[in-house]
Design a protein around this ligand. Structure first.
Ligand SMILES: *Cc1c(COP(=O)(O)O)cnc(C)c1O
Length: 219
């Protein structure tokens, strides 16, 4: 099926209040242009250099979301244009984003990544690390970043109950955070395989790649 039809199908299956991030990592610019021509404006990438090249070549009203694990030394390449950083999992990284955003007189929106999966391979903060980060004196002084919510990835499994449980856990942390920080409004959870469950559990932002652009080739 064409990219345009895939997009349409997903958009009709989700509430209007949920933001669709089209995950275009590894995909060529012509695929992104096709989605853009169908009206999509929010795209997600997981490598800063790849995202920056695409940003340079594609329409400037695209909102670029960094959804992958961020290396501190690469933040400088995206600070000028990135619209949301999903995978922030340390104060050190937040400080670097703040520093680079300041050079461009910007305030960069960030999501803190929470570890909800059983797999150790996935990145993210646990509940006490989140608390420590938000409570730290340094965090309170960062003026060029804005934490707008949380992001998480469920375990890669066919067990729908487990996925739902992990999303519920993230939603609980999101609600707690929201009660203390009024700026919090974004809960990024759900991918091609689990976005309908994620939305049922309170997601406000889904990150969909293969169901829009087809399977990825990593060669
Ligand atoms: C690749 C990726 C996605 C999209 O995955 P699909 O299964 O292709 O929809 C979503 N979130 C993150 C963090 C990713 O790395």
């Amino acid at each position: 099926m064409a990219i345009k039809d895939n997009l349409q199908e997903i958009l009709t299956s989700i509430p209007k209040s949920v933001t669709l991030v089209a995950v275009s990592k590894t995909k060529p610019e012509k695929d992104i242009q096709e989605a853009y021509d169908a009206g999509q404006r929010v795209f997600g990438e997981n490598k800063i250099q790849e995202m920056t090249q695409k940003w340079e070549n594609l329409p400037k009203d695209i909102q670029w979301h960094m959804i992958g694990h961020v290396q501190t030394n690469k933040v400088k390449y995206m600070a000028e244009y990135v619209s949301l950083v999903h995978g922030v999992d340390s104060l050190k990284l937040l400080k670097e984003i703040n520093k680079q955003a300041k050079k461009h007189h910007r305030i960069v929106d960030c999501l803190l990544q929470i570890h909800i999966a059983e797999e150790d391979t996935k990145f993210g903060l646990d509940e006490s690390e989140l608390k420590d980060l938000l409570g730290s004196e340094t965090f309170g002084k960062l003026e060029n970043i804005k934490v707008v919510g949380l992001m998480g990835m469920a375990t890669f499994t066919d067990d729908k109950n487990q996925i739902r449980r992990e999303f519920k856990h993230l939603k609980t942390q999101f609600d707690k955070l929201k009660a203390t920080l009024p700026k919090i409004d974004t809960l990024s959870m759900g991918m091609s395989g689990d976005y309908l469950i994620a939305i049922e559990e309170g997601s406000t932002m889904i990150r969909i790649g293969s169901s829009i652009f087809g399977e990825r080739n990593y060669n």
